[in-house]
Design a protein around this ligand. Structure first.
Ligand code: ADP
Ligand code: MG
Length: 238
């Protein structure tokens, strides 16, 4: 499960309305990408869905339940940030299991979930290493593993690859896409990178100055851009 519905959601910071009221539905299992130039409101929108930012107006529902007043930790979502802090003294196994130990889950269940997560992320050979013995991409996967073990109804990614070099980024894009194909969990992925949007998304949400310019599949946007902004943004090389 993981259907997310935004109903007339808006955001003001002080007197500045950075997101005028908007409606948006992310279907269960969909890979949705929020794309648009820096400062257009992508992170703010994602943070409102996560519950890390209050709404100025409107409501958010997850699987039919109004979560507008529900704290972040009770929304059943996993947020993966671009900067990831792993515990350097703990093994990969311990790092991935950490959120579950915090929840006082039994060791057998923790082991089972860490095993499943590490299979999803091709980390089974690295479970006894420490973060210092891993590549940047592997560390990123461990960070995602820590989110997976909690069995979230959706993953929220905010430019998770922007700190990685170009070659690694291409590999990680593929890994995240494969992870989505395997898990079929709803994912919302924020990026300013058109190529990332076009190659990863089921549904692209193009934002400009807090306004949704178009929602559609990569093919829709490519063949039927609704305005000059979308055409220019999708068409321009990075
Ligand atoms: P993006 O992620 O697309 O780069 P953001 O969501 O971070 O954009 O920001 C959208 C707009 O809201 C920007 O103009 C930014 O300066 C403003 N903004 C974001 N967070 C705050 C804040 N805490 N206080 C005031 N303005 C903010
Ligand atoms: Mg941002």
């Amino acid at each position: 499960m993981g259907r997310i519905v935004l109903d007339q959601v808006s955001k003001c910071f002080g007197d500045v309305e950075v997101i005028p009221p908007l409606d948006l539905t992310i279907e269960d299992g969909e890979f949705a990408v929020f794309v648009g130039p820096s400062g257009c409101g992508k992170s703010t929108l994602l943070r409102m869905i996560a519950g890390l930012e209050d709404l100025t107006s409107g409501a958010i529902a997850i699987d039919g339940e109004d979560v507008t007043e529900v704290p972040p930790s009770k929304r059943g979502l996993a947020m993966v940030f671009q900067s990831y802090a792993l515990y350097p003294h703990m093994t990969v196994r311990k790092n991935i299991g950490f959120p579950l130990r915090m929840e006082k889950m039994g060791q057998a269940e923790i082991d089972k979930r860490v095993e499943t997560a590490s299979q999803s992320l091709n980390l089974t050979d690295y479970l006894d290493r420490k973060p210092g013995q891993l590549s940047g991409g592997q560390r990123q996967r461990v960070a995602i593993g820590r989110a997976i073990v909690r069995d979230p109804s959706a993953f929220l990614f905010d430019e998770p690859l922007s700190n990685l070099d170009a070659a690694l980024r291409v590999g990680m894009r593929l890994e995240i896409s494969e992870m989505h194909a395997r898990m079929k969990t709803t994912m919302i992925y924020v990026t300013h990178d058109q190529v990332e949007a076009m190659t990863m998304a089921d549904k692209i949400v193009v934002l400009q100055a807090g306004v949704i310019e178009q929602v559609g599949s990569p093919l829709d946007l490519y063949h039927k851009p609704q305005n000059v902004f979308v055409a220019g943004f999708i068409g321009s090389p990075k």
